[in-house]
Design a protein around this ligand. Structure first.
Ligand SMILES: O=C(O)CCC(=O)C(=O)O
Ligand SMILES: [Fe+2]
Length: 318
């Protein structure tokens, strides 16, 4: 694993507690906004004392999960959750399971460089095991969240797409997602339940220096990405019990420093409402595609039309 060195000109992410949503809005959501760690947001979360890797293994070990290596290739490794948890304890051993091409859903060859970064699980688990929601408060109290106002059928539909608003990230040391900002112009938080995680963030104003996220902030290639020198990283190490809030369109890169469980949540409020709505509309084929398998949601939303199909030009054959 590459060693993470703090960049010379990196700024620390602030830590706060006890702010009202109004003050929070003023300080962290004005203009492009500013990321911040809210240190008391998880005080009421039973998950912090209750969840452990054994807790998950005992309850959900027989589930099937599909961790992947986040390198832009749409390939996942299908395995039992038990097997994934064992892999976290011995990451150098061959991981169990079957590589699947996420486009065709067919078995495919293992990636050429399987060892680049460890398998990482983005688990859309809260519709599957809603009891986990009793251990957390998914909708934040420190900032306005309008996502729960969406009609139930639409929210459920989102949970059946890659835009699922809440889930768990589970991985071992070195597990990471490359530099990106989150879907649908959403605000996001990463709530650290177990283990430490290092995060590097960049303002949307630095987008021109980030080469669409192709640059690796931990080992930047300045020959290839010279403008990256102008970007200002914000850095932090999230400890268990701390929640990192990231405003809409803030770029981020996160690396687990040890075995880690994070709750992530993506939402909108009055600040990014129109961006969220516009991008929901732009990605309508994805939503409609999900609805095709959700008769209860179609009925709930009283949808009377049938899709004549969309082209998915960037997805290749179905
Ligand atoms: O928790 C992490 O590793 C980052 C996850 C993330 O940024 C995402 O899922 O969009
Ligand atoms: Fe993200």
């Amino acid at each position: 694993m590459k060693t993470a060195t703090r960049s010379l000109h990196a700024l620390p992410v602030e830590r706060i507690a006890g702010l009202t949503p109004e003050l929070f809005h003023q300080r962290y959501l004005t203009g492009s906004g500013k990321p911040v760690i809210v240190t008391d947001a998880m005080d009421s979360w039973r998950a912090v004392s209750r969840w452990s890797f054994d807790f998950f293994k005992a309850r959900y070990g027989n589930d099937h999960v599909s961790p992947r290596i986040f390198n832009g290739v749409r390939r996942v490794k299908l395995m039992k959750f038990n097997g994934f948890l064992d892999y976290l304890d011995s990451p150098d051993a061959e991981s169990p399971g079957l590589w699947i091409d996420a486009k065709t859903l067919r078995p495919c060859p293992a990636p050429a460089e399987p060892g680049s970064t460890p398998l990482y699980l983005a688990w859309n688990v809260f519709r599957l095991h809603p009891e986990l929601l009793d251990d957390i408060e998914l909708s934040p109290k420190f900032v306005e969240d309008l996502l729960p106002l969406l009609p139930h059928g639409l929210l459920n539909t989102l949970y059946n797409t890659s835009y699922f608003p809440g889930g768990l990230m589970i991985g071992g040391r070195g597990a990471q997602v490359g530099l990106h900002y989150d879907f649908l112009r959403s605000h996001a938080y990463l709530a650290q339940v177990i283990g430490k995680k290092r995060c590097v963030l960049f303002s949307p104003e630095d987008s021109g220096a980030l080469y669409k996220g192709m640059v690796d902030p931990d080992a930047p290639d300045f020959e290839k990405f010279p403008l990256f020198r102008n970007a200002v990283p914000y850095e932090c190490t999230l400890e268990p019990g701390e929640l990192l809030f990231m405003p809409s369109r803030w770029w981020h890169h996160a690396v687990a420093l040890e075995k880690s469980i994070t709750v992530n949540y993506n939402f909108f409020n009055r600040v990014n409402f129109s961006g969220y709505l516009t991008h929901l509309l732009r990605d309508l084929p994805t939503i409609v595609n999900a609805l095709e398998d959700l008769p209860a949601e179609v009925a709930d939303l009283q949808i009377k039309w049938k899709s004549r199909g969309f082209d998915f030009p960037d997805r290749g054959p179905a």
